[in-house]
Write a protein that binds this ligand. Structure first.
Ligand SMILES: [Zn+2]
Length: 312
């Protein structure tokens, strides 16, 4: 794994040498056979929620709490740490980070189970559905997190909520895959404080990237109180303003940007409202809307994209 980590650092440094010249197509990559983009249907759901949230204020977040039953699955290539067999301390610290980050918003995670599996193929995401059919636990409002040795060069990916039937393939796909080196104490420099999970779980709650749409106009992330953002942030560039003609600097401290872990600090009130509304709509109340197909995988930080300078 060390070569991958050093590659990440090296390519991140390389990417900083490239100006934002390929911005407009940054989130339309299909390098790994799946897309960073939510489906059109899911974008429409978010837009409609945004409209309702503007009209009626906070629909459900006031004085509300969500307690998420959570399952951790360690999937390693061997029982060696460098093969993804993370320690119990790292897992405990990861849970602490999740709870700390989400506590200000009334959201908590209670660990219902942890399992560790050694499988050379599953560890590198070689058989996603088979792995999840074996390991996934709980119902659709339960969070399943898979800590793996390698996931296509990404730090993490997750699935947006959707109307799914229990036991369907889409039901099993639900959950978040996380690169094991991003756990607290892991070796992914600048991304090893456990906040990749915080970001990915944001997607699980139905939140988009703050730079969704990669435009200074349009619907963006359909969240009223996140400033328009042209492209993803790298590092922690205080004062960054990729849309100078639009109110507000970039939300570089927002968990749904791509900043370093040390830079991540917050969700906005409207993001929290959205998370509650999405949770209520899709994960608690069951299917209430018909959507054509499962929302696609979110790829997040892709080494290939960093290498190509596509995200800066
Ligand atoms: Zn993401």
């Amino acid at each position: 794994m060390r070569w991958i980590v050093s590659t990440l650092v090296g390519l991140a440094a390389l990417a900083s040498a490239f100006p934002a010249h390929t911005v407009q197509r940054a989130t339309h990559q299909h390098d790994f056979g799946c897309s960073t983009e939510p489906s059109d249907a899911f974008l429409a759901v978010a837009k409609e929620m945004s409209r309702q949230e503007r009209g009626f204020g906070r629909l459900s977040a006031a004085n509300a709490t969500i307690k998420v039953q959570t399952y951790f699955h360690v999937v390693a290539a061997s029982e060696a740490l460098e093969d993804g067999y993370v320690t119990d301390t790292m897992l405990a610290d990861q849970l602490t980070v999740m709870n700390s980050n989400y506590a200000p918003y009334g959201i908590s995670f209670s660990l219902a189970g942890t399992d560790k599996t050694v499988d050379a193929s599953w560890a590198v995401d070689g058989a996603e559905l088979a792995m999840k059919k074996k390991l996934r636990k709980g119902d659709y409002k339960a969070l399943n997190v898979y800590f793996q040795k390698e996931i296509g060069g990404n730090l993490g990916y997750c699935y947006f909520p959707d109307s799914v039937s229990t036991g369907s393939d889409d039901f099993y796909y639900d959950g978040c895959s996380i690169l094991f080196t991003s756990l607290p104490g892991g070796s992914a420099t600048n991304y090893n404080e456990g906040k990749t999970v915080t970001h990915e779980v944001g997607h699980w709650f139905g939140l988009f990237h703050t730079f969704q749409g990669n435009s200074c106009s349009g619907d963006g992330d359909s969240i009223a109180d996140t400033p328009q953002q042209l492209n993803a942030t790298r590092g922690c560039p205080v004062g960054r303003d990729s849309c100078p003609g639009v109110a507000g600097p970039d939300p570089i401290h927002n968990y749904m940007d791509y900043s370093y872990d040390a830079c991540y600090e917050e969700f906005t009130p409207n993001q929290v409202t959205r998370a509650y509304n999405m949770f209520n709509k899709f994960r608690v109340n069951g299917p209430v809307a018909s959507m054509a197909r499962r929302a696609p995988i979110d790829l997040d930080v892709s080494l290939a994209e960093i290498e190509a300078g596509k995200l800066d």
